[in-house]
Design a protein around this ligand. Structure first.
Ligand SMILES: Cc1cc2nc3c(=O)[nH]c(=O)nc-3n(C[C@H](O)[C@H](O)[C@H](O)COP(=O)(O)OP(=O)(O)OC[C@H]3O[C@@H](n4cnc5c(N)ncnc54)[C@H](O)[C@@H]3O)c2cc1C
Length: 319
């Protein structure tokens, strides 16, 4: 069975309080603005997530969790999987001394600003990362030298069978841009932050935000960095291009376009949707950049963006 079946949609509507949308274009839930129709659940309360996952489990339907869709490429023909979109309703933010409990649906830039305004540092670095708190935890998103794993105390998740549990920091195998929380939905997290003078933090937040706006195609549909920066002994040159963006730029690919997808003339590791791009256009552009960089520099670039299949599966080798 798929999540498109009317009987599945009807059963889901009986079990949840949130909105269930049929044949909803998922492009509207992705910062790429790409993706075809799917059954989408917008949970109203945390219990909706557990109920939906339980129903999918019983019915043999696959599911896929989305936050603000800022690190994914969704399929042109949409999904057979149920799309669970975590946002409003799961976006509380509460403080207890220096620990903060934040719902997975709160946008990370809002969490950054709210905590910085109150004089707490640690999340302020995420002011320019346009995802949710849940997506940040799942991705172990990071910037300005920090990442989520550095502040997390615990994370509440729902597992594949629809049971929720609280995981301590040491139970989560965080690594670079990865949490190891596959096949679980993050509901909320508790972080420990450090107190700093709020006016200095707010200054830092403004600087980081402006820096973002200057260096990246901030107002064009995209997913941030397409490739991870290559690391390890295969790339030891000190004098040449080293980051993924520098390699793509040095290969002469800035501005290169396939269909509606373009390698940004502003930042070569950002591929933008110039209007009407399909997932296939973006995938072809990814393959082209990989091929040219491999030929020129002998380096295989690995995508950071998650390429999603119709069952919600990850098409890149890594999750
Ligand atoms: C302009 C721009 C700049 C960016 N800059 C950075 C940066 O500096 N550093 C960085 O690390 N990233 C950056 N990104 C990428 C992206 O914003 C982050 O990875 C972000 O944390 C993804 O959050 P999201 O809610 O959009 O997740 P989505 O894109 O919706 O999902 C990403 C992955 O997380 C999973 N997921 C989402 N929510 C949950 C949840 N509640 N529970 C379980 N799994 C979940 C999804 O299934 C998917 O596998 C940037 C993106 C853009 C567009």
């Amino acid at each position: 069975m798929t999540a498109r079946e009317p009987s599945f949609v009807a059963a889901l509507r009986e079990r949840v309080r949130g909105d269930v949308r049929e044949a909803e274009p998922v492009a509207r839930y992705s910062t790429y603005r790409i993706g075809g129709p799917a059954t989408v659940l917008l949970p109203k309360i945390a219990d909706d997530v557990a109920a939906a996952v339980r129903l999918a489990h019983e019915a043999g339907v696959s599911w896929f969790t989305l936050g603000l869709g800022s690190n994914i490429l969704l399929p042109d023909l949409g999904l057979d999987a149920l799309v669970i979109r975590i946002g409003k309703g799961l976006d509380r933010i509460e403080r207890d001394q220096d620990t903060w409990t934040i719902g997975a649906g709160l946008p990370a830039p809002l969490a950054a600003r709210r905590t910085a305004e109150a004089g707490f540092a640690g999340l302020h670095i995420f002011v320019g990362v346009p995802g949710t708190v849940g997506g940040g935890v799942y991705m172990n998103a990071g910037c300005h030298g920090g990442d989520w794993s550095e502040v997390i105390e615990r994370v509440t998740v729902v597992d594949e069978a629809g049971h929720d549990s609280v995981l301590g920091r040491t139970d989560i195998p965080f690594s670079y841009r990865r949490s190891g929380l596959e096949r679980r939905v993050v509901l909320e997290t508790t972080v420990r932050l450090r107190q700093e003078e709020s006016h200095r933090l707010e200054e830092a937040v403004s600087e980081m935000f402006e820096w973002r706006q200057r260096g990246t195609p901030f107002n064009q549909p995209c997913c941030g960095s397409v490739f991870k920066n290559p690391a390890g002994p295969s790339w030891k040159r000190e004098d040449g291009p080293r980051t993924a963006g520098q390699l793509i730029e040095a290969a002469g690919l800035k501005g290169f376009t396939i269909g509606g997808a373009q390698i940004s003339p502003i930042h070569a590791n950002y591929f933008v949707n110039t209007g009407g791009a399909t997932a296939e256009d973006v995938k072809k552009l990814i393959a082209h950049a990989q091929q040219v960089v491999a030929e020129r520099f002998g380096i295989r670039l690995e995508p950071e963006v998650k390429l999603i299949g119709s069952n919600g599966e990850y098409l890149n080798s890594e999750r």
